[in-house]
Design a protein around this ligand. Structure first.
Ligand code: CMC
Length: 429
């Protein structure tokens, strides 16, 4: 079998291009040399057919609903591993042994505090600031605090990655405290990663906060499910920002900004808002299904569809069960959950959604869980960011370690006027 592809262009020339095969058999036509030899570029708005890199971190088979981190199925990790163990796996490429995991955990634990000067930044934000705005700004501002580190660039990046893993929960919890006008709770380093986050979120100086082990367990699973998803919008953003050699804080802040949008991480907030809207409208789902099918309406069923998964989202299956378990144990009866169930059934039975292979994605359920945990709706995307952080770090690291890396710089096809005249302002109509 040939490992090249032939491309015949309208200039009559034929170009031979290498075909690259991934470890799971997926194929790519390598067009790296195309422009140099032919002056043609490839055009792929939305990058649905474009591989931007070779990566050994995460494998997805969207048709079969497969997701693996470093070869390990997401179902196994969700059942057996912790979030920090999964983070180590993503960042370092293999599972840690006991000592390595302990060292990783304690390295992260000792960096959980923020400079007091950082704390004062929060005073400048309005009470109703979106927590993603705070998260991105504070993460980026950490660059100002860690400027002249000793060591090789790899060592500095690693230390800053540890700092990010350690401090993001503190930054996130304080954004919440700011929004409710409560005093900030400092991290307690005798607690685990997820315990500490819940403690900083919901603890108060006036009373003991009892950490529910079930919440810790569910949160840990949710973070694992979100930990990486190969070249999605935010991860590609992190990689491209890293390609300019920006520092780790700037790279991760850019990932947070990209995640914020409603077609990406912001969808979990939009799911709850949509369910609330349906409830306020009387609870009937039919009207909303019809609206989602009508392109002119501009309305989409939030939490449905995925660029890659055209069968089911394996994360959604895992989380769906966890969601039911949590609501049962917490004895939460949430009317939005009933609407969500009805909406899901109606959409799955509808040809429009079947033909377009639109299934519930992870965000359809994560919002319901966060709601049950007491996390405010506008902080849902922050929770996604906490989970996605090790994936972003792993991709920034992989990019940096690639000896062939180049700055990310896509091309375009220009469609504006070829030449235009400058008309003096007084002569313009
Ligand atoms: N509701 C109604 N119609 C939809 C939806 C939806 N949620 N998603 C896609 N479609 C339709 C779309 O209108 C198009 O129809 P047509 O063929 O008639 O033009 C067709 O399905 C294909 O849609 P697309 O926009 O080309 O698909 P995409 O791969 O570019 O978009 C998506 C993927 C996730 C942005 C999109 O499905 C969507 O907007 N979903 C709602 C937002 C959401 O839940 N996002 C979270 C994704 S999971 C978390 C993450 O990884 O970030």
């Amino acid at each position: 079998m040939t490992d090249t592809a032939e491309l015949k262009l309208d200039n009559g020339e034929t170009y031979e291009l290498p075909v690259i095969t991934g470890s799971a058999g997926e194929k790519a036509v390598d067009v790296t040399s195309l422009r140099g030899s032919s002056k043609y570029i490839t055009l792929d708005p939305g990058y649905g057919n474009t591989g931007s890199c070779l990566s050994a971190i995460t494998f997805i088979d969207g048709e079969k609903g497969v997701l693996r981190y470093r070869g390990i199925p997401i179902e196994t990790l969700a059942e057996k591993a912790s979030f920090l163990e999964t983070s180590y796996l993503l960042i370092n490429g293999r599972l840690p042994n006991k000592t390595e995991l302990e060292n990783f955990q304690s390295e992260i634990t000792i960096h959980t505090m923020l400079y007091e000067d950082v704390k004062s930044f929060y005073d400048g934000f309005p009470r109703d600031a979106h927590p993603m705005a705070i998260l991105a700004s504070v993460v980026c501002s950490l660059s100002a605090f860690y400027q002249d580190e000793e060591g090789s660039p790899e060592e500095v990046s690693y230390l800053n990655s540890i700092r990010l893993m350690a401090k993001l929960p503190t930054i996130a919890a304080w954004a919440y405290k700011k929004s409710v006008g409560h005093p900030f709770v400092y991290p307690n380093n005798s607690l685990s990663y997820c315990e500490n986050f819940l403690y900083m979120m919901f603890g108060l100086p006036v009373e003991e906060y009892e950490i529910d082990p079930l919440l810790v367990e569910v949160l840990d699973t949710l973070l694992i499910l979100h930990a990486d998803h190969e070249q999605n919008c935010s991860t590609s953003t992190v990689r491209i920002v890293r390609s300019s050699m920006a520092n780790m804080f700037a790279c991760i802040a850019s990932g947070i900004c990209a995640l914020w949008g409603s077609r990406h991480g912001g969808a979990n907030q939009r799911v709850i808002e949509m369910l609330q809207r349906i409830r306020e409208d009387g609870g009937g789902t039919k009207k909303f299904i019809e609206m989602a099918k009508d392109r002119e309406s501009g309305f989409r069923l939030m939490g449905f569809g995925h660029r890659v998964y055209k069968n089911f989202d394996p994360r959604a299956l895992i989380i769906k069960d966890k969601c039911a378990e949590l609501l049962n144990k917490l004895k939460v009866s949430d009317p939005l959950l009933d609407i969500a169930r009805e909406l899901q059934e109606a959409a799955l039975a509808d040809d429009y959604f079947a033909e377009r292979k639109l299934y519930p994605n992870v965000d359809f359920y994560s919002g319901i869980i966060y709601r049950a945990m007491g996390i405010p709706v506008n902080a849902f995307t922050v929770m996604f960011a906490l989970g996605r952080l090790p994936g972003w770090i792993a991709h920034a690291k992989e990019y940096t370690e690639d000896p062939k890396n180049r700055i990310g710089r896509p091309r375009q096809i220009y469609t504006g006027p070829e030449q235009a005249e400058y008309v003096p302002i007084e002569d313009r109509g």
